[in-house]
Design a protein around this ligand. Structure first.
Ligand SMILES: Cc1cc2nc3c(=O)[nH]c(=O)nc-3n(C[C@H](O)[C@H](O)[C@H](O)COP(=O)(O)OP(=O)(O)OC[C@H]3O[C@@H](n4cnc5c(N)ncnc54)[C@H](O)[C@@H]3O)c2cc1C
Length: 800
């Protein structure tokens, strides 16, 4: 037996995949426990119909699905019958084009089909109902129980123990670490416990005091009797698995019958505590009694789409339980509070082997090299996002929206508002249109600025880009470059890092040299051990042992906490403070009369503590929009006073409040990257064009060693493109007919008068002047690689 002793709770498709992947990497002191029989335990994997549709807006989820398909094929646990997604409305047809684009971006082969071609692929379809289809040749049917069996068999052959009919009753800890797993058959010592308990996850996590933001929901799956057109079929399935998302339906064959899955019924949440035990449950714990009334519309719609079912009957059905999260994504990673307690939860069969691999790499190597996990990390949530009411409300809404067409800027509707900055009351008076980010109400533009539109040449974007948009966005962007604007930056995460070890700590965690004079501000990166970017941050030294770090989200706080030595403290300042960006050529004229600080002497990337009128503030001379100005911070109680003071003083200078729409446009004109969109864990600084933020000669830091090698082998680059139309992000980039990359951020540049897109490209194509195309719905959009930044490369505005 080698490796630490690991107990995996749950022998469903996730636990089995993890046991296989861990043992393949040499960790064989692994025990898998399950309260049920193995391999059909009574969990969700035991009844899943196993449809694997790989295409997803998330690159990571698509890649995990692709890995699952490849592995299940190898394990003889997959019928690769292909997948077909059909459209019965023009909106869905456009959406299929968008999904075809994602597939090209993430490297999966798909084909758009005419109605006739769709029917030729799936002969049960009514030719008069379908407007078109998307065919994915590598999709198909996973045999989940067989895959569990096969993966556990491989794991067992390497020494892994599998203990069926062992219910975990408790997990003991000592000194903040897991110690034993208590089962109804005795205790198992454990260095690491991984919770792969599916719908029971919240109950198991609570054994170590962890709130897992997951809600089990019942989902309807019905089986017909014989369908005449399938009569005599001797193979389990011959036609592609089918999705009819306009009606929240999917289908698979089972010999001469059809399985029908339905997401259109009312959400039916269940508490993990109320799930019956293996022995109490009539069928199995994850199966509730079918409620035919909830299925009525599904059956009507099925008979419309698939005429051959009109003479068939629904013969059996279940309301099966599986897990939903607040953002559709899985929950992976280690508890922040209890070392050694890991979770791999809210995972579909579709992504299960990918998740198994990701978790195994993470555990064995200390990081996951195969997939970018920033969207899936269980520590990504803000405190309000794990509140039980929030988890339930969002889980139910996500059930409703599983197949909906979601615009990238579409904000959640409920529960809102949650977090409001102290400026909120003024923003409402100015007619702000709010979107939402991490719970914050964030103005996108202000109706009060409507008069600024007159006389400006503002191109009207296409249909999709015109949603959650107004010409006022353009006017606000231009007015920022002409005069001065106030931007609410409160939603930006900020952390206080202090204590005797703070300098050494930040030197070790960041790529920059932050050991500079008090008042300095450093833009730098947090890297993982493989040199991948975990975040980009601004580190302001406000005292000898006191730093304020402008960060991106909760994962940064988590990263700091995990690495923090005893002589360093880290505090999240975000909830108790606020920030306004005052930016534009007249920013100094506005702010200087309000403070005794000499703002001319406060150079670019310097900060100071001072007062604005009666308000104590921290001012950092930074700007994401590429204009003269400051991020001005104060405590939440004085935020409104700060806003009013600036607003009053700004009247003579034509100050406006400007929203996030303008911000994004200005940011892209300056080429400022946004973590999570433009670069993620999988990219290194040199590829991302952020090599300037890495000080290799400052001494050791996390990721340095890996970077030395990566620096010499850059094969892809984040490039700036000028395009003929504003796109949304995630579109494929084509060189001729060959997909070569994908778009990250996109917006119209209202100063330069051109549409901008940033995209990942092979380094050989990322040369200025290179002509390429973007795939945008059913069109090709011309794009040309441009020198960056597009605006003010000499930095005269920022340094002025
Ligand atoms: C009707 C329906 C249709 C679906 N269709 C699809 C589909 O077509 N494609 C797809 O990709 N996904 C589908 N899913 C989702 C998919 O089935 C699940 O997401 C997936 O099976 C979850 O796997 P898991 O290993 O996490 O959970 P499970 O399979 O539920 O395994 C968890 C295991 O943990 C064990 N356990 C829990 N608590 C304890 C304890 N205290 N002690 C010991 N053992 C414990 C349980 O017994 C169980 O075996 C469907 C789900 C449903 C309900």
């Amino acid at each position: 037996m080698t490796g630490p002793s690991v107990v995996i709770i749950g022998a469903g498709v996730v636990g089995a995949a993890l046991a296989d992947e861990l043992s393949a990497r040499g960790w064989t002191d692994v025990t898998v426990v399950d309260q049920g029989d193995v391999p059909a335990t009574g969990g969700s994997s035991s009844h899943a119909p196993g449809l694997v549709f790989q295409i997803n807006g998330s690159k990571t989820m698509t890649e995990m699905a692709r890995y699952t398909v490849e592995k299940f094929v190898e394990l003889d646990s997959f019928h690769q019958v292909g997948g077909l997604e059909v459209a019965t409305t023009p909106e869905r047809l456009a959406e299929l084009h968008r999904r075809h684009g994602w597939a090209a971006s993430w490297g999966i082969e798909t084909h758009l089909l005419s109605p006739e071609e769709s029917v030729a692929r799936h002969s049960l379809l009514d030719p008069g109902t379908v407007l078109g289809g998307l065919h994915i040749p590598t999709d198909g049917l996973a045999k989940a129980v067989k895959a569990v069996d096969a993966q556990l068999a491989r794991a067992r052959s390497r020494g892994v123990r599998v203990l069926p009919r062992h219910e975990v009753l408790d997990i003991t800890t000592e000194g903040g670490r897991v110690k034993t797993v208590v089962t109804d058959h005795g205790e198992l010592p454990a260095d690491i416990v991984v919770c792969c308990a599916g719908i029971w996850g919240p109950k198991v996590a609570r054994m170590v005091g962890m709130e897992l933001p997951l809600v089990p929901l019942a989902h309807q799956l019905a089986w017909t009797g014989q369908v005449p057109d399938l009569a005599g079929q001797t193979v389990e399935a011959s036609r592609p698995i089918l999705r009819h998302q306009d009606a929240d339906l999917y289908y698979r064959e089972r010999f001469d019958t059809l399985g029908i899955g339905y997401y259109g019924h009312r959400p039916m949440p269940v508490s993990a505590d109320d799930i019956l035990s293996v022995d109490e449950a009539e069928v199995m714990p994850s199966v509730l009694t079918f409620t035919p009334d909830d299925f009525a519309d599904a059956w009507t719609e099925t008979r419309r789409l698939l005429p051959s079912t009109r003479s068939a009957k629904v013969e059996e059905g279940i309301n099966g339980l599986f897990s939903f999260t607040t953002d559709h994504l899985p929950l992976l990673g280690e508890s922040r509070d209890v070392a050694g307690f890991w979770v791999a939860e809210a995972v579909w069969v579709t992504h299960s082997a990918g998740v198994g691999r990701a978790m195994a790499e993470w555990l064995v190597d200390g990081h996951c090299g195969s997939f970018d996990l920033h969207e899936c990390d269980v520590n990504r949530f803000e405190p309000h996002q794990i509140a039980p009411d929030y988890v339930r409300a969002r889980g139910c809404q996500n059930y409703v929206e599983v197949y909906d067409i979601i615009h990238p800027l579409q904000p959640m509707e409920e529960p809102r508002p949650l977090r409001t900055s102290p400026f909120h009351v003024r923003q409402r008076e100015l007619g702000a249109t709010f979107l939402e980010a991490s719970g914050w109400e964030r103005p996108q533009w202000y109706e009060a600025n409507a008069p600024l539109v007159a006389g400006r040449d503002i191109p009207t974007p296409g249909d999709w880009a015109a949603r959650h948009w107004s010409p006022i966005v353009a006017a606000e962007a231009q007015a920022t470059r002409e005069n001065v604007a106030l931007y609410d930056m409160t939603a930006l995460k900020r952390l206080e890092v202090g204590g005797p070890g703070a300098v050494a700590f930040l030197q070790r965690l960041t790529t920059g040299d932050v050991d500079k004079a008090v008042g300095s501000v450093t833009y730098c990166l947090l890297l993982d051990v493989d040199g991948g970017i975990r975040s980009d941050v601004t580190v302001a030294r406000l005292g000898p042992q006191e730093f304020q770090v402008g960060a991106n989200g909760n994962l940064d706080l988590d990263w700091f906490e995990r690495h923090r030595p005893a002589d360093v403290f880290v505090r999240d300042l975000t909830p108790g403070t606020c920030c306004v960006g005052v930016w534009g050529p007249k920013a100094r004229d506005l702010v200087q009369p309000l403070t005794r600080a000499d703002l001319r002497a406060l150079r670019y990337f310097r900060g100071t503590r001072t007062h604005i009128g009666n308000v104590p503030v921290t001012m950092l001379r930074l700007s994401y929009v590429g204009e003269l100005g400051w991020e001005i911070y104060t405590t939440a109680d004085l935020g409104l006073k700060l806003w009013d003071t600036l607003w009053e003083a700004g009247r003579d200078h034509g100050v406006i409040a400007a929203g996030r729409g303008a911000f994004t446009s200005l940011r892209l004109e300056k080429g400022y990257r946004s973590f999570g969109t433009d670069m993620t864990f999988e990219h290194d600084p040199y590829e991302a064009g952020l090599g300037f933020a890495v000080k290799l000669d400052k001494g050791d830091f996390i990721g340095r060693e890996a970077l030395l090698a990566r620096k010499e082998s850059v094969t892809r680059r984040l490039a700036c493109l000028l395009t003929d139309e504003v796109v949304m992000g995630r579109e494929p980039v084509y060189d001729g007919d060959r997909p070569v990359g994908y778009v990250t951020s996109a917006a119209y540049g209202h100063t330069i008068g051109r549409a901008i897109a940033y995209a990942w490209l092979p380094a050989s194509l990322a040369t200025p002047g290179r002509r390429l195309h973007l795939g945008y719905f059913d069109r090709r959009v011309e794009a040309v690689v441009a020198e960056e930044p597009l605006f003010d490369p000499a930095m005269t505005r920022l340094r002025g």
